[in-house]
Design a protein around this ligand. Structure first.
Ligand SMILES: [Mn+2]
Length: 424
């Protein structure tokens, strides 16, 4: 379904007065609100094609209604989100769950819908129907060279799909590892994986990046072959200048200092991309900012500080994506909440008084340093985020419009109540 501009405008109209008064209040207290709004307008977060349907756990999946069952419908859903918030203008495809049948037609649809193709994602963590060799004991790390070769070929095929669509990066997440002590020779597993990544890397076009995503545990519970940022950085450094580490917020051991990891990876110019989600216990895939919003702010604080130190463009020099699973919520509502949380944290990080913070650090004034961060974090920046949406043509209250316009009901009428998103 398409959302016309007049629907957005008639939603905004009655909210304008209140919004303006909130925005005037906050902007009169900030010296550089225009530059913050410009940065927010430019900032977009890609939506993964697998997040548009209801997710599940290993116990059960409770389907929603009106879910997209084709790649085209998923693209329509992302375009809908983007119409509402003007910050979700890209889709990240998962191969083989979303293989484009006709690249040209898929590209044309994307341009008609005003969305781009973000990183493409390979999958060697499960076996597909009719797959010749199994990944039960790993893919690139496998003891059998023919299994490794099959995984290499798959990744190169994913790159080729991405090239045909205009993507500029591939994210490689491997579930490879071991479940029991003694199962794996760590060094051999690392070397095999490195050899495989080198072959995939060799197939990258010149203007492409490879993101090596790490994860501490699950589905393997004893060791993971790309288990943390150190291991990912080892691979990225050995592969070359087009290889980077990708940080997924849910892929750390409990209480890891993710903001410090981000800072040092940026310093090494090896942070390539980011997957947003939130968690209480592990890789919970919950809505961004729903559990640890202060941590999200601290991460954005390091992102802004570290990117500015390297003169990087916030919006385009890193890959930004949501990577979550929506098990009990309407996926589109959940994604709207996640994007909003990201924009709020980013805006707060842009408010940090960097000059004063540096002074406080140099003087070992711990209290002042903390106050400076908290001053930014405790500022209600929602009117600034809403203003950025408004000037871009989006809705003042995207979730409110989604509900008042009964969008899910319309999607259900269009697609049926018994649809199932592919790949989940
Ligand atoms: Mn991820």
């Amino acid at each position: 379904m398409k959302l016309n501009q007049d629907i957005i405008e008639s939603h905004n109209q009655p909210l304008l007065k209140n919004h303006q008064s909130n925005f005037d209040f906050i902007s009169s207290r900030l010296p550089h609100v225009d530059s913050i709004i410009k940065k927010l307008v430019d900032f977009n977060v890609a939506i993964p094609s697998w997040a548009l349907g209801t997710g599940g756990t290993r116990f059960a999946r409770f389907s929603g209604v009106g879910e997209p069952s084709t790649l085209e419908e998923k693209m329509h859903d992302v375009a809908l989100l983007h119409r509402l918030n003007q910050s979700s203008g890209a889709i990240s495809l998962h191969i083989p769950w979303d293989i484009p049948q006709d690249h040209l037609a898929t590209k044309e649809l994307a341009s008609e819908l005003n969305i781009k193709f973000d990183a493409v994602n390979s999958n060697t963590f499960q076996d597909q129907p009719n797959q010749q060799l199994s990944y039960k004991f790993g893919s690139l790390q496998h003891v059998d060279k023919s299994v490794r070769q099959q995984a290499i070929n798959h990744n190169i095929e994913v790159i080729n799909h991405g090239v045909a669509l205009g993507s500029k990066s591939i994210t490689v997440w491997l579930s490879d590892g071991s479940c029991f002590p003694g199962q794996l020779n760590f060094r051999k597993a690392f070397q095999h994986t490195l050899e495989g990544l080198r072959e995939i890397y060799a197939a990258l076009p010149n203007d492409w990046k490879m993101f090596v995503e790490y994860k501490a545990y699950e589905p393997n519970f004893y060791s993971t072959t790309v288990g943390d940022w150190g291991q990912s950085l080892l691979y990225a450094n050995k592969l070359g200048s087009k290889a980077y580490t990708l940080v997924d917020l849910g892929h750390h051991l409990p209480n890891a200092n993710i903001e410090q990891i981000v800072s040092l990876l940026l310093m090494e110019q090896k942070l390539g991309g980011f997957h947003f989600n939130d968690s209480k216990y592990g890789d919970d895939d919950l809505t961004v900012g729903s559990m640890k919003p202060y941590q999200l702010f601290l991460i954005f604080n390091e992102l802004v500080e570290g990117m500015d130190a390297q003169n990087m463009i916030h919006a385009s020099d890193l890959g930004w994506m949501i990577d979550a699973s929506h098990n009990v919520k309407d996926p589109l509502e959940d994604l709207l909440q996640s994007v909003e949380a990201i924009m709020i944290s980013y805006a707060q990080a842009l408010l940090v008084d960097r000059k004063s913070l540096t002074e406080a650090q140099e003087q070992n004034d711990v209290v002042r340093a903390q106050e400076i961060l908290q001053e930014a974090y405790r500022t209600d920046v929602r009117p600034i985020v809403a203003e950025a949406r408004l000037v871009s043509g989006g809705a003042i209250n995207p979730l409110g419009l989604y509900r008042s316009n009964s969008i899910r009901k319309k999607l259900m009428e269009e697609r049926g109540s018994n649809t199932k998103a592919t790949g989940l």
